[in-house]
Design a protein around this ligand. Structure first.
Ligand code: V47
Ligand code: SF4
Length: 389
């Protein structure tokens, strides 16, 4: 591996890029300027080789997935993000959906006896779905299935809930943790820099608010993820600025599990005139984030937004996690023009995707504890054994 990477670095004509590569090989942190140069001048084979080197140093061939399902309580939202194809403004709420606690519990009960380990709860920001409402939901889910990990509510939803309940961030986090919340997903981060944030999502929690909520969750002993919505109006330096804020917080708390770059999709939203990024740009995004975010253990490709084949390709550009079975019967992703209508993959399909590119499929739980190594299990056995598929 080291000979291979040294050869590729040796062939690089740009001395500055060579110097950055040496830092990476020697396990030294790269600077913001280095990150920017990688975006601006790094060729795809060079970036891919380096990102893959780092990925294999951290995880070998192991590629994680989990068995999860999503609940979207509502698509009614008080905010008006321009890239959002999913939400309906509160004024037009009859066009949207609002699930009752019993309806959401029924979704959980549909998975009784099935070997899922996580429920991911995420949706719009509905003024009537407040902190006590979600506290009750969490308690009821935990009472029904205590071992199910609940990853729920973006910092945007949390910020709104806490402010409405007149609680501090710390009090609000503790309240939800006591009710059964286990960890926090990475949504709502978009692009932190105000120059872009003002243009695409001016009215929701700002960068400092988002980071404060994640810091409070980490300090309360919870883990969380971080996302970045890329490939629209932002410049490379905005991406570096975004990742720099995350890297700094991670240095302080160590509470982030995974970074998830989310490719902007332009269907049916107020940014439909903005072209989507191409595959080269997508792979660059994954590779540079793997190289820059040296303190993030995992890098995830979210296949419903990226498409299955492109997600497969990211496994050679730094990614070591392709999320999960997802099983999303509602519309958050299809409405944004993702590749998938009702995204869901069986375990057999996920395992095949990973094996096709000669990686090792490992089922994980939300906190990246390994549950099962699928590399030696025959596809037929996975397809026919209900505990495996
Ligand atoms: O914050 C909305 C994004 C996010 C579009 O933590 C869009 O494990 C692309 O954060 N094009 C919510 N993206 C989803 C999210 C997430 C998903 C999967 C796993 C995890 C995790 C987190 O979806 C929003 C926003 O950035 N989004 N509209 C769009 N048109
Ligand atoms: Fe609401 Fe989230 Fe859509 Fe923004 S991205 S409008 S906060 S649902």
């Amino acid at each position: 591996m080291i000979e291979n990477i040294n050869r590729i670095v040796g062939q690089e004509k740009n001395k500055d890029l060579q110097h950055i590569a040496e830092k990476i090989i020697n396990n030294q942190r790269i600077s913001d300027q280095d990150g920017l140069l990688l975006f601006e001048s790094g060729g795809l084979p060079f970036l891919g080789a380096l990102a893959n080197f780092v990925r294999e140093r951290l995880h070998g061939d192991t590629t994680y997935f989990n068995r999860n399902f999503h609940i979207e309580p509502t698509n009614v939202c008080v905010f008006a993000c321009k890239f959002c194809s999913y939400s309906r403004l509160y004024a037009n709420r009859e066009e949207g959906w609002e699930l009752s606690i019993d309806q959401m519990l029924d979704i959980v009960k549909n998975y009784d006896g099935k070997p899922v380990t996580e429920v991911h709860i995420v949706g719009g920001v509905h003024p009537k779905m407040n902190l006590p409402y979600f506290g009750e939901l969490l308690q009821k889910i935990k009472a029904h299935r205590p071992s199910l990990h609940i990853k729920g509510f973006t910092a945007v939803e949390l910020d709104y809930m806490f402010r409405k309940a007149k609680m501090s961030v710390e009090e609000g986090i503790q309240f939800l943790k006591n009710a059964g919340l286990d960890s926090i997903p990475g949504g709502g981060a978009e692009i932190f820099h105000p120059e872009i944030r003002e243009m695409i999502s001016h009215d929701k929690v700002d960068a400092d608010g988002w980071l404060h909520i994640h810091e409070a969750a980490h300090r309360a002993g919870m883990h969380s993820n971080a996302t970045m919505l890329y490939g629209h109006l932002e410049k490379y330096w905005h991406r570096i600025d975004h990742m720099q804020r995350l890297r700094q917080l991670q240095d302080r708390t160590g509470g982030f599990n995974t970074f998830i770059p989310l490719k902007f999709r332009n269907k049916d939203n107020e940014m439909s005139h903005v072209p989507e990024s191409g595959i080269i740009e997508d792979m660059k995004m994954y590779a540079v984030s793997r190289l820059y975010l040296d303190n993030f253990p995992h890098l995830k490709a979210y296949w419903p937004m990226l498409g299955r084949q492109n997600a497969q390709l990211t496994l050679s550009f730094g990614v070591n996690d392709i999320d999960g079975t997802i099983d999303d019967s509602t519309k958050i992703y299809s409405m944004a023009g993702s590749e998938e209508q009702n995204p869901s993959m069986t375990t057999a399909q996920l395992v095949t995707l990973i094996k096709q590119v000669k990686r090792k499929p490992v089922e994980r739980d939300t906190l990246y504890n390994s549950i099962r190594d699928y590399s030696a299990i025959e596809l037929k056995e996975i397809e026919t054994n209900p505990m495996l598929n």
